[in-house]
Write a protein that binds this ligand. Structure first.
Ligand code: FES
Ligand SMILES: [Fe+2]
Length: 394
């Protein structure tokens, strides 16, 4: 842009935040070590000894249920010489035994076994070698961990996002998984889920005419604290123009085929929602696919996306089947998810063109908090929080 920009700092994003190695390292320290991170679901850890592995700010952790039923997030590194204690993604055990020299830790992280301990002499005290632990809190079955002792409680952190987690996730259980690596910065995927502007154009595979109708009945809400919400009010099926939709999709449609293919939701609620929790957690609850998405940054241009599909224990077998089939909306083979991943990679490639230094996020008035879904003040709210954590002014 030449001369004086007509846009405020809030409305233009410096593209180096997606590519710069130093900014990436700072994000680990200033954001990922200080915020509440989703690390698993309680239904994955029903019995004592159940565990799953995760990372927080690039560090390996074990999320487990101990003998007393408490959920713990323990450092997955032996306090002897550093080996990770557990491999794979999940399992069940009575204790964590290091593969290297067999130091053994109980489910609360205490060192309970050391082979040939006498050679350490009297200085050696087992209690000095417990596993590290992160703060843990749960909300509606979701397990969050935080490495910062000074961070606010999870309740305070979630703020207005909590009510939407409650609405979507209360009483749910894990019914499936999906994950992939993509060649893009983690923020590109997060901002995409606060962006109601793209769906009718990017997600052509979902049916452009249908989505145009759908999107017109949406609302975007900046929830504060960097959290974003998109709400969609699906049209009544009888108000859909089937001949227009059939022409757009190139296949003849009836209300029945639209229900069985999931184009319209045969199990509608009062509205669908896509909640994004700062910085890297998303809860899309649309067309009866409830899932939680966690982004793990691996490099400025590499991200691990882990999707966990949730269902209701009370689901009828037919509804459970429908949820599982619909879950293919997301992920690397998904009808919508593949577009979001592919476009994150396209943006990342586009950032190699250095002549354009900024991205524009100026849709909607600057102090707006809730309004039409096509606006971008939700994303501006996300980046305000990002700058706050990073210690950037403006
Ligand atoms: S590194 Fe774990 S017992 Fe030695
Ligand atoms: Fe999308």
């Amino acid at each position: 842009m030449k001369d004086q920009s007509p846009y405020s700092l809030d409305e233009v994003i410096d593209r180096r935040i997606y590519t710069d190695e130093d900014i990436f390292r700072q994000e680990r320290e200033k954001i990922f070590k200080r915020t509440w991170q989703y690390v698993g679901h309680e239904s994955e850890l029903r019995e004592p000894g159940r565990y799953r592995l995760t990372t927080i700010a690039g560090e390996p952790y074990i999320v487990c249920r101990d003998q007393r039923g408490e959920i713990r997030v323990l450092g997955n590194t032996c306090t002897h010489r550093g080996a990770t204690l557990v491999r794979g993604s999940r399992g069940q055990c009575k204790a964590f035994r290091c593969p290297y020299h067999a130091w053994t830790f109980d489910l609360e992280g205490r060192l309970i076994g050391v082979p040939i301990p006498e050679d350490y002499g009297p200085r050696f005290r087992r209690e000095d070698f417990c596993l590290t632990q992160a703060r843990v809190e749960t909300y509606e079955g979701l397990i969050f961990a935080c490495l910062d002792e000074q961070a606010p409680s999870l309740d305070e952190y979630l703020g207005e996002a909590a009510q939407y987690i409650e609405r979507s996730c209360q009483g749910k259980e894990v019914i499936g998984y999906n994950k992939c690596l993509f060649k893009g910065n983690w923020k590109l995927y997060q901002e995409n889920f606060g962006d109601g502007y793209h769906p009718p154009f990017l997600h052509q595979g979902m049916g452009p005419a249908f989505l145009s109708t759908y999107e017109a009945n949406g609302e975007a809400i900046n929830l504060g604290n960097g959290h974003m919400l998109l709400k969609y009010y699906p049209p009544e099926p009888q108000h859909l123009d089937l001949s227009k939709l059939s022409a757009a999709l190139g296949i003849p449609l009836t209300l029945e085929t639209m229900k069985t293919t999931g184009i319209i939701n045969p199990y509608p609620g009062d509205y669908d929602s896509v909640l994004s929790v700062f910085p890297n957690f998303i809860v899309p609850d649309i067309v009866s696919v409830l899932s939680v998405h966690r982004l793990t940054p691996l490099a400025p241009d590499r991200t691990l996306l882990e999707i966990t599909i949730l269902g209701d224990p009370q689901d009828s077998p037919e509804f459970r089947q429908f949820r599982l089939r619909q879950s293919t909306v997301w992920g690397p083979g998904g009808r919508a998810g593949i577009d979001d991943i592919a476009v994150a990679e396209k943006c990342q490639r586009g950032f190699h063109a250095k002549a354009i230094a900024t991205s524009l996020m100026a849709r909607g008035s600057s102090d707006e908090r809730a309004g039409m879904v096509f606006n971008e003040y939700t994303i501006r709210g996300f980046y305000r929080q990002w700058r706050h954590y990073m210690g950037w002014s403006g």
